[in-house]
Design a protein around this ligand. Structure first.
Ligand code: HAM
Length: 417
């Protein structure tokens, strides 16, 4: 039987891979303009990193992680997201000793055992950005501005930015009491997982995917109504910075996010054009994460955007670039393969996209191939051309022909630019 790719994974084929490179490059180049530097971390980490970082009562940790024991009997997990890994690397490499804040970005694959559907995969791609070492609300605004600029640079329109504040441990305590009182009254309708969450971490019930829990959650008190003065001042400052930057947003008190590390500002960019999985980007502040991982009380803030979802939005808005670059020159040959590949090599060393026949095709078939590849120019190398050093360069679109010296590489390059 033929082996297929596992459920929830997707091959990115040559006709699409340049679009992925385009998305990754646009996001990375934009982040660089904001002073971010790239970090690459391993695909797998010690399971404990996500249990402690993401939180062991979250859906991600309780239900969705790809966890296994390696041959050394260590519990290993394929990263379900990038923030915990970036925070681990920040600590492990003592980046707190660098001038703060430290601004990192990444393009990575992530793994979650979820039910696959449009925009939801088990292996998916995130572009993320994280800032460590500043509590200043200007960081929150800058990260939101970075996400908004990436979408703008990709040509995307009409995403709605929703922001909220979910407070700090001080105000969370008062809120948790109110929330627990409300949820306890609905205890019998909650799913089993949420019943255990009621004691340990009631806020996680608010992002349970079960429809019944969702229904209960819709009547729950909002954390925004319970935030302390410090969190409220912080949130007001973020809103002011966004207004000043002309970044439209709405305050949505229902956003709680699905990961445990968040404090204060949380936000999402949502599309209404790509179906149920409309959250294109999510993020927030996580002032306690580094401490949770064994470091000092070092604040952080970041976001990640799912490239599969960006692609869906770009497709819906007709924004996909057509094709990647086409060959500048196709070198056909009549029994002169060695000369053809040698000429192609010289051109390629000078940055020219040159192709030649690799399958012993007839001249007619080679020219058909040049057409299929949409080559801009072609030339034919036969015995005469090699002897005289002269060949005819054909403009494939106009059909116009021009004599060129095949030993004058610089001249040939100028002709095919
Ligand atoms: P998240 O909301 O879990 O946050 O994921 C961020 C984005 O990744 C989502 O908005 C979505 O676009 C995409 N995504 C998530 N799950 C899937 C999936 N199964 N298939 C396709 N795309 C998916 C985080 O991961 C946080 N680490 C974001 C962050 C960074 N917060 C602070 N810094």
């Amino acid at each position: 039987m033929m082996i297929k790719a596992p459920r929830g994974t997707a091959d990115i084929l040559p006709q699409d891979s340049f679009i992925w490179r385009y998305m990754e490059k646009t996001a990375s180049d934009t982040a660089k303009l904001f002073g971010f530097e790239e970090i690459r971390t391993p695909v797998f980490e010690h399971t404990e990193l996500f249990q402690r970082g993401v939180g062991d009562t979250t859906d991600v940790v309780q239900k969705e992680m790809y966890t296994f024991f390696d041959k050394g009997d260590r519990s290993i997990t394929l990263r379900p997201e990038g923030t915990a890994s970036a925070a681990r690397a920040y600590l492990e490499h003592k980046m707190y000793a660098l001038p703060q804040p430290v601004k990192l970005f990444y393009n990575c694959t992530c793994y979650r055992y979820e039910k696959p559907q449009a925009g939801r995969l088990r292996e998916f791609h995130q572009f993320g950005a994280e800032v460590f070492g500043s509590t200043d609300p200007v960081v929150d605004a800058e990260l939101i501005a970075l996400a908004a600029t990436i979408f703008k640079n990709l040509g995307i329109r009409g995403l709605s930015l929703r922001i909220n504040s979910i407070g700090c441990p001080t105000c969370r305590k008062k809120y948790n009491d109110a929330l627990t009182a409300y949820l306890t009254a609905h205890k019998d309708t909650l799913c089993d997982t949420c019943n255990t969450r009621l004691l340990k971490n009631p806020m996680r019930i608010l992002d349970c995917k079960s429809p019944i829990c969702k229904e209960v959650a819709s009547g729950a008190p909002y954390v925004l109504d319970y935030i302390c003065e410090d969190c409220s001042t912080h949130f007001e400052a973020v809103k002011k910075y966004l207004e000043r930057n002309d970044i439209p947003f709405s305050v949505d008190p229902t956003i709680v996010r699905g990961l445990d590390y968040y404090t204060k500002t949380v936000f999402e960019f949502v599309s209404n054009e790509i179906g149920a999985q409309g959250t294109v980007c999510g993020g927030g502040r996580y002032d306690g994460l580094i401490q949770e991982l064994g470091g000092d009380m070092i604040p952080g803030m970041g976001f990640a955007t799912g490239l599969e979802r960006i692609l869906l939005v770009m497709r819906a808005q007709n924004l996909l670039p057509e094709t990647e670059s086409v060959p500048q020159l196709f070198i056909a040959s009549i029994g002169q393969t060695a000369d053809a590949i040698s000429l192609a090599q010289k051109l390629r060393e000078n940055g020219v996209f040159a192709m030649c026949d690799l399958a012993g095709r007839s001249l007619k078939a080679q020219m058909k191939n040049a057409d299929r590849l949409k080559a801009k120019y072609s030339l034919v190398l036969g015995e005469d051309e090699i002897k005289s050093g002269m060949a005819q360069l054909k403009n494939m679109e106009s059909g116009e022909k021009k004599d060129i010296n095949i030993n004058d590489i610089a001249g040939l390059i100028a002709c095919v630019q």
